[in-house]
Every structure is written in structure tokens, then in C-alpha cells.
Write a new protein. Sequence first.
Length: 343
Amino acid sequence: MASKKSKANVLLVGGGSVGAIAALNLECGSLVAVTIVCRSNYSVVSKNGYFIKSCDHGAIDSFKPTMVVNSVPNVSDGPEFDYIVCVTKNVADVPPLLSELIRPAVVPGKTVIVLIQNGLNIEKPLITAYPQNVVLSGVSMIGANEPSPGHVDQDFPDTLFVGAFDNPNLPADVQKDAAEDFVRRYSAGGKTECSLDTKVGWTRWRKLVYNACLNSICAITGLDTGRLRLANGAVAGIVRPAMLEIVAAAKAAGHDLPATVVDDMIEMDPLDMYLPPSMLSDTRKGNYIEYENILGQPLAEGEKLGVPMPTLKVLYHLCQAIQWKNKELRGLVSIPPKGSFVA
């Protein structure tokens, strides 16, 4: 399934900050032609390209991938894509589902789907929808944001781990070949660290120690990672207990994480960077938050395996309430009018 041709066609779904850096990495190696799907920033990027300040690439004016579009193209109207790279937020409880969003561009049995997204069990809906397609896991360690449309600041190096999710319908060597080919293409520009990941589950649980805990707690409190560490009692009373619950759930699932992982994740961001994780950035913008895969799925997996997770459960329900508020603002849920309740 992996394309061996000299230049692959890649559809990149998600034209925000992480998507822009991914497109830049893919294009600068000259082994990929990227068609990027932009939404809110489409008019700016299609006209002027991206203006990027990057710790990996330096300052770049007017970077524009091979094509910029505002919706997922239908393969019946143009060339087929070797890879569909999904860099969108994975908001599993708000339509459209990713599996349906990319459907027009998927060629059954050919297109390799790459999920550079956070969370657990994100591959399951894709493998169900496309049982004969390889689905790859991309775990990204990057710090990037888009303070205004088309303007991207990357202040933490791009490190990407790529491996194959286990699709029981396909031979293991076919899935591994696809992962190796994508790593080769993503790395070709020499500006990023991209490596083959043979322990996809372990890597995702490790990142959840940060994402399920710091990401959600920052969103709930409104504090960035630096201020959260300075706040009285926050780390000892909330952050560390939540992280230890993720570590225990990972172990029950067969993934032993390093003894230092909790301290490593608490101290990952330099304190004086005052970094807002993605979920906090989304709450500040009034966007939906991707709490189901980041928080709900590890909570469900841990509880299924008998691991007590009281802190994670409270965080999950608080995020659920935040999401309900966002849905109400957009008319996805409604409340009865005042005075309609009878005592």
C-alpha cells in the first residue's frame, strides 16, 4: 500500500499551526506534494500563504503548499492521494466524524491514513470504516500556535513518532512498510526528528500522562502550564494524582512507563514559557475541546481494568460540562425556557 514513487501525493486535513508545520516538513524534503485543507484561515492562506516563525525552520514568509483547498476533495474529480494526514482536533462527540469527513478522498485498499492526533483508540472508527486501509499513528511533540489566521509561531521542536496501528485485516509487513515510507518522506527535509514507532500503545499512554492531565486541568482552571506549577497546591493536589492514575492504567493495559515519567511531564514545558496547552487555547477561543479521546478513553480503559481513577473521573465530567456549554452556544443542545419547570 505504501507508495514507492519518487513523489507522493498527500492530503493534509487540518490547516492550523501543527498542520502548517507538518506541511512545511513534508514539502521541504521534495518527496511529497501537499494539498492542505484549511477552514477558518482559508482566505488568508490561499492568497498569501503562511507566515511562519519556527525554531526548526527559522522565519519563512508566504509558505504555500502545492495546493490549498477549503474542503476535502473527491478523488473522482482529480488525482488520488497516497496518504491522508489528519492533523485536526479529534472532537469525537461533535459531527462530522473524521471517518466521514475524509471519505471523499479515501481509495479503499490504497490510501494510507495517518492520524497525527492525540488520545487513545482514535484508530478504531477508521479501521471500522476502512478495513482494507493502513492506519498509522503519529504522536507529535511540538509547540506551535496560530495567533492570527495564517501566522504560525513554533517555539518547541517538532518530534514525530510514527507507527502502524494494528489492523487485523492486513499483513503486519504491509503496515510496517507504510510507516517506514512515511517516516522517510517526513524526515527528508532534515529539519525535524521523525522516527519509526514500534510501540504505538506505549507511546500514546506516555503522552496521555501530559495530555489527559495537564491539558484538561489547564483548560478547567484557565491557567497555563507555568502558572499551574506556581499555583498553591495545584501540582501536588490535582496534577500529580491525575498523572499517577494514568500511569497505573497504562500498566494495567500492559505498558510500563518509566518511574520518572510524572516528573518529566510536569517539568516538560519551561516554567517561564507559560505555555497554554491546546485544550486551554481552545477554551480561550470558545472552541470545542477534544476531551473524549484524551480523557474519556483512558478513563474507560482504566476502569475496565479495575484501576481506581477518581481524579480523572472528576476532570472528565468538568470537561464534559465545558463542552456542553460550547454546544449550547452553537445550538447543538437547548435548554427549556425560563418558567417552564413546575415545582
